[in-house]
Design a protein around this ligand. Structure first.
Ligand code: IPE
Ligand code: IPE
Ligand code: MG
Length: 255
């Protein structure tokens, strides 16, 4: 399937060489509700279709040799939605893990979950643990699922953990640096995202990877998440590869 789509969208970044290719892509999968509304369907149909878009994104990321793909599935603020929608989204995660875990494992995908586990129903916690345990030694794509995740909440948890160590006397406050904070976050060991993609036309971060996106490139797409496909994904990576990342210094091209 990917051969045909590959020809349909040019890719400036060189596949396989890592040159111009992002190591870590993070996606704010937005617009499921509007996709459904446009078709006169209930919102949950958009969420259901969104799962297929996740499968396509994982496949494309694997084909392109991307090392890390993070998907924002449920935010710490999404509890504000009507109860039926929240429970539908919980059920969808369960079905996704139950249905796709074996295939992800056989594709050598390593699954990581970020976000607050406490407060989630115990059957979901068990499934998330199982997904991480089963795939932890896999060496292909790392698929990071942000579920019940909030960037600010993650920082609060990290600060608490570090404060406890200071209180116990195992951490000197003057030793706290950016690496120590990074390692106290749920994303420990995962490089910061190079590229953040948000679908649906909204241009905001919505509490996603607050610490980690300090120097990420952002690509905002008009498409709704259920329509996200390989060609759209490749076009976003092409856009990224045309950016000039300076990290506060001078352009590599100009020097
Ligand atoms: C993204 O789609 C999925 C989640 C936030 C869980 P939305 O449900 O936010 O869809 P819109 O933004 O209302 O269209
Ligand atoms: C962000 O989308 C969260 C996810 C994609 C899971 P939202 O639809 O919740 O964001 P806002 O409310 O429009 O900022
Ligand atoms: Mg939304």
């Amino acid at each position: 399937m990917s051969g045909e789509a590959k020809r349909s969208a040019p890719i400036l970044a060189r596949e396989g060489t890592g040159e111009g290719m992002p190591t870590h892509i993070a996606i704010i999968m937005d617009g499921n509700g509007r996709w459904a509304a446009q078709r006169g369907l209930p919102r949950f149909e958009g969420h259901r279709k969104g799962i297929e878009a996740i499968r396509r994104a994982v496949r494309t990321a694997t084909d392109l040799g991307i090392r890390y793909l993070t998907v924002y599935s449920f935010s710490a603020e999404n509890w504000r939605r009507p109860e039926e929608e929240v429970s539908f989204l919980m059920g969808l995660l369960k079905r996704f893990v139950r249905h796709d875990l074996a295939e992800l494992h056989s594709s050598n995908v390593c699954v990581r979950i970020i976000g607050e586990r406490e407060g989630l129903p115990s059957d979901i916690r068990l499934l998330l643990d199982e997904a991480e345990q089963l795939t932890r030694n896999n060496t292909g794509l790392t698929l990071v699922i942000a579920f019940n995740y909030g960037g600010r909440q993650e920082i609060v948890s990290a600060v608490r953990a570090l404060a406890r160590k200071v209180k116990e006397g195992t951490l000197d406050p003057s030793a706290i640096d950016m690496d120590i904070i990074s390692e106290a976050l749920d994303t420990r060991g995962i490089p910061d995202p190079d590229l953040v993609i948000r679908t649906s036309g909204e241009q905001r971060v919505s509490n996603f990877l607050t610490w980690q996106t300090a120097y990420s490139e952002f690509v905002f797409l008009p498409d709704f998440w259920p329509d996200f496909d390989e060609a759209i994904f490749r076009a976003a990576i092409d856009e990224y590869s045309r950016r000039d990342r300076r990290f506060g210094g001078l352009s590599a091209k100009a020097s």
